[in-house]
Design a protein around this ligand. Sequence first.
Ligand SMILES: [Zn+2]
Length: 207
Amino acid sequence: MAILRTRAVAASIATVATLLLAAGCASRPQRPPVTPPEAQPEPQPAPEPQIPAPLRPPSRATIEAAPFPSSLPIPVDGVDRSELESTFDHPRSGGRRHEAIDIFAPRNTPVRATTAGYVSSRGVRSLGGRTISVIGPGGYRHYYAHLEVWAGFDRGDYVEPGDILAYVGNSGNASAGPTHLHYAIYRSDDEPLDPYPLLRRGPGPFE
Ligand SMILES: [Zn+2]
């Protein structure tokens, strides 16, 4: 009798074990996964961080080799093309001729570079007061005078069209008159060019 019961219990255990195995519930000894040595990935160096190269401005030679533009934006903020008046070649004191355009605007109105270029000089002159000059395309020099105060650019700096060079004032021999920008353009042989038609054909002020 006892033997029969033991057999029966053993049979039940075997059945349960079979069922558990079939159901995947039984715990089997887990073997660690074998990875062939050749399957190990080679250690890769960390990828170089992708940093864009800093944008280098064109050289002065490149700018001077570029063609002189057929039109120019107005260098003084808020001045419309219709407000411009040509005074190029008008007589001035001491037998001089006016080699520029005068663009009238309130004191401290931003004065912006009309072209890309390099600041060739910045300083105080007896007639022009505070001035800054930029050599741009074609080797033409853009002369901004009677300034109230300069912005950050100085001799040797690269500027782009629209960069603020200074602010409108009436320094120099304009101190008794209304604030304005005296804007002149000189060829590389110092021959002045009338800015008026260039500004009239252009897109107007930057802002
Ligand atoms: Zn002038």
